[in-house]
Design a protein around this ligand. Sequence first.
Ligand SMILES: *[C@@H]1O[C@H](CO)[C@@H](O)[C@H](O)[C@H]1NC(C)=O
Ligand SMILES: *[C@@H]1O[C@H](CO)[C@@H](O)[C@H](O)[C@H]1NC(C)=O
Ligand SMILES: *[C@@H]1O[C@H](CO)[C@@H](O)[C@H](O)[C@H]1NC(C)=O
Ligand SMILES: *[C@@H]1O[C@H](CO)[C@@H](O)[C@H](O)[C@H]1NC(C)=O
Ligand SMILES: *[C@@H]1O[C@H](CO)[C@@H](O)[C@H](O)[C@H]1NC(C)=O
Ligand SMILES: *[C@@H]1O[C@H](CO)[C@@H](O)[C@H](O)[C@H]1NC(C)=O
Ligand SMILES: *[C@@H]1O[C@H](CO)[C@@H](O)[C@H](O)[C@H]1NC(C)=O
Ligand SMILES: *[C@@H]1O[C@H](CO)[C@@H](O)[C@H](O)[C@H]1NC(C)=O
Length: 356
Amino acid sequence: MYSPSLLVAALAAILPSVSALNITVYRPDVPLVPSPLPPSHAQTDGNEIISLFQTLGRNTIWKSIANISFEGDTYEPEGMVRLVSGDVERFIVSAGEYMAPTVHYNETINGTDRSPGAGFAHLVVFDGNGSRIADATLTPEGALQYHNGGIDFDGQHIWCTIAQYRPNATAYVARVDPTTMESRKILQIEDHQGGVVHDVKTNNIYTLNWGSRNGSTFNLNRLAYNAANEGVFTRPQSVARNPSYFVDYQDCKFMGHSRYYHWRPIMLCSGVWNAGTFNLGGIALVDANTMVPVAEVPIQMTSFTGYPVTQNPVEVAVVDGKLRLYLMPDQHNSTLFVYEAEPGSPFQFGGTGGAF
Ligand SMILES: *[C@@H]1O[C@H](CO)[C@@H](O)[C@H](O)[C@H]1NC(C)=O
Ligand SMILES: *[C@@H]1O[C@H](CO)[C@@H](O)[C@H](O)[C@H]1NC(C)=O
Ligand SMILES: *[C@@H]1O[C@H](CO)[C@@H](O)[C@H](O)[C@H]1NC(C)=O
Ligand SMILES: *[C@@H]1O[C@H](CO)[C@@H](O)[C@H](O)[C@H]1NC(C)=O
Ligand SMILES: *[C@@H]1O[C@H](CO)[C@@H](O)[C@H](O)[C@H]1NC(C)=O
Ligand SMILES: *[C@@H]1O[C@H](CO)[C@@H](O)[C@H](O)[C@H]1NC(C)=O
Ligand SMILES: *[C@@H]1O[C@H](CO)[C@@H](O)[C@H](O)[C@H]1NC(C)=O
Ligand SMILES: *[C@@H]1O[C@H](CO)[C@@H](O)[C@H](O)[C@H]1NC(C)=O
């Protein structure tokens, strides 16, 4: 029998929703992003990054290469991708603009511990010198889900999680075309999600929930039919509890299926543990399927505000055979810190002695 609501449901299933574009272009005279878009880490330097990570340790000397001041209000930066092709270099930063704060309840209400607050999810485009090229707002005014977390670039799209800004709430995964900044809702998840990477090879997306305590795997070949079914949550294929409590990952980049780790899907993540006045920063290589860290290194550098540089976005590159980290820890008036791991830094005998 013909049913308009079934037709609507069927259309919604094949047409993921595209949200209206809300973008301010500050520099119409320069390209928004490089053309052609560069390949992803997984398609290029992922294995080399993983190899270089093996030389890191507590005693690695992180040489400061540059501190680049980023133009304009950067809100709260959460994630970052660096797109370079030819002489065009772009940093695309996911950020949260908060109009009303979340307020802690003194109890758990509807599974969560604070009021929703209000704000906007942004993707802001900068050039390599920190000049602001454009600022796209991905969410409408009054949206309950407005927190844009850690992001990744898969060679074609930027992947974002847009979530309620509170634990154990809801989120959706959005896919953004960087050449236009148009975003599509891909699937909705019944938990907060604060970061995502996309594996083009398997078409899996891996998401991290509040504090990256759980990692979820969704296979888009099997789940695409659920896209944009407003109000329908997609169940992950699997959920893995994060066994590591050193830091909570804030932003991850997919490195591909590394031969070094028997072809497991590996992501590079950075994060922090803030415990009162004690702050620990670190980076890790993590098996995206199981959340098991396969390599972990603490990072001691702090920003101008005293927080670990790994507090928010991270990107990574290999320049002249050396590993570079790009980090943007501070809110509103942000500096991009660029560090390079000095080769030959002592990475053995780095212990504190103990009873040996
Ligand atoms: C960047 O700032 C840090 C912290 O103030 C400083 O130690 C470092 O020398 C600066 N790096 C450069 C390249 O100016
Ligand atoms: C929570 O408890 C604190 C201390 O008792 C109180 O000041 C605050 O108003 C309470 N908050 C709410 C939302 O009830
Ligand atoms: C909890 O959920 C119920 C049912 O959806 C809703 O009516 C109520 O307003 C929610 N409470 C809060 C504090 O959000
Ligand atoms: C998450 O929220 C749901 C209700 O929405 C609740 O049943 C569940 O216990 C909550 N989980 C945690 C870990 O608090
Ligand atoms: C960025 O800075 C470098 C070095 O100061 C300069 O050569 C280059 O032209 C600048 N690029 C842009 C896009 O302003
Ligand atoms: C566009 O985004 C800005 C925030 O960056 C917001 O103030 C404005 O209301 C948004 N416009 C629409 C139509 O949503
Ligand atoms: C992690 O996932 C498991 C299994 O779904 C669930 O029982 C647990 O509450 C989750 N923990 C957190 C902190 O989200
Ligand atoms: C932004 O931060 C830089 C570096 O700490 C500082 O020099 C500058 O004055 C700040 N600008 C504003 C507008 O706060």
